[in-house]
Write a protein that binds this ligand. Structure first.
Ligand SMILES: Cc1ncc(COP(=O)(O)O)c(C=O)c1O
Length: 376
């Protein structure tokens, strides 16, 4: 059935329609202040975001990949000689990009079938004397049980391994009542415009409650300076969140819970509409919804069917990190039992439209199309 209705995959313009007046006044005030970098807006957002997540330090940076790189380098500086970082292969390549930039080596663990998140047993099977850190990616808004991961590391006598959270898709999510970003040793956030908390351009942040890691991260994101023009740490670089992005984020931050509730409602309606052969991912309590991901053994047919109904979809992510052509010549390792779940899943995942200010008609239209998708 062809339809004239069109549902985009995303439309940040609608978020802007809702909050534009407040964003414009904050942005204009920022521009008029004549102070566009390294100013009080970034400091204010950092204070507010640290308080929201419940950590002592938030270091604003230019984007989420920088945040990961700086978090990894900060963890590495406390563990000289360690080069391996355990992570998943299904999370879009961001952690691998960051750790390659930090001169580190990825070790890919498998994922749990139902949640598509890090499988803790698989992660532990990857440990070696070289292990520096495990990156727990809270993918699609789902939450990895970081407390369980930490306990298991402790019971193996491996408290030396840092836990880094990648929270780019899980702003405002909690695990056992505690916000993600406060669960590991250090965390990275992206505020890419389509994220649950998004800026009007690129932005990111490193969060930690460790004074030492925060000091190192602060130095690393500013050339390795310990004081102006005095370089005390190697591996530094420039990564700043500009004042316009910080001012925008400070407008949106108080609305994060409401924005998350809106996305959750959209996903709940899709989940209720899915026929028995299309599976929404299972999410632990405290999860949020970033991407509305469903799983189907007929993923490509489902995608084509929804396209015929005018519904745009996307695939997050089509290629596992370990299979990316550009990294084939570089060192990496896989979990001893391989990545059977990651490999089985990669061709079956589909992301449905899920964004702020979708109309009830759009959500109903997607639900109706999902319900009609034939089993074969
Ligand atoms: C899980 C995850 N990690 C890291 C990033 C990187 O963030 P950025 O695009 O701001 O560099 C993203 C975003 O796109 C992401 O989804």
């Amino acid at each position: 059935m062809k339809t004239s209705r069109r549902v985009p995959f995303n439309d940040v313009g609608r978020l802007y329609e809702r909050y534009g007046a407040a964003i414009e006044s904050a942005v204009v005030a920022t521009l008029r202040s004549g102070w566009w970098l390294n100013g009080e807006r970034a400091e204010s957002f950092a204070r507010n975001f640290a308080a929201a997540i419940g950590v002592a330090h938030c270091i604003p940076v230019a984007n989420g990949t920088d945040a990961l790189e700086i978090a990894l380098k900060a963890a590495a500086s406390a563990r000289p000689g360690r080069r391996e970082v355990i992570t998943v292969a299904n999370a879009g390549g961001y952690t691998t990009t960051a750790l390659r930039a930090a001169g580190l080596v990825p070790v890919y663990a498998d994922i749990e079938e139902a949640s598509q998140l890090l499988d803790i047993d698989s992660a532990l099977s990857c440990l070696s004397d070289e292990t520096l850190a495990i990156v727990a990616t809270h993918l699609y808004g789902g939450v990895v049980d970081v407390a369980a991961l930490r306990e298991r590391l402790e019971s193996l006598g491996r408290s030396d391994v840092a836990i880094i959270e990648d929270c780019a898709q899980a702003h405002g999510a909690t695990s056992k009542g505690r916000p993600v970003g406060s669960l590991g040793d250090i965390a990275a956030f992206s505020f890419y415009p389509t994220k649950n908390l998004g800026a009007a351009g690129d932005a990111g942040a490193v969060l930690t409650s460790s004074e030492a890691l925060a000091d190192t991260a602060r130095a690393l994101r500013q050339y390795g300076w310990s004081a102006k023009y005095r370089i005390s740490s190697a591996g530094g670089r420039n990564s700043r969140m500009d004042e316009v992005q910080a001012a925008t984020l400070d407008v949106l931050l108080p609305n994060l819970q409401a924005l998350n509730a809106e996305r959750a409602e959209v996903m709940a309606r899709f989940a209720a509409a899915c026929p028995s052969h299309v599976h929404p991912l299972v999410r632990a309590p405290g999860s949020v919804v970033h991407l509305a991901v469903v799983r189907s053994s007929r993923r490509d047919a489902l995608r084509a069917f929804l396209a015929e109904h005018g519904i745009a979809t996307d695939v997050h992510y089509p290629i596992l990190d370990c299979d990316q052509e550009g990294w084939q010549a570089l060192p990496s390792r896989l979990a001893p039992n391989g990545l059977p779940v990651s490999r089985r899943s990669v061709g079956e995942l589909l992301s449905l439209p899920c964004f702020i200010a979708m109309s009830a008609e759009e959500v109903d239209h997607i639900g109706a199309a999902l319900a009609e998708f034939p089993a074969a």
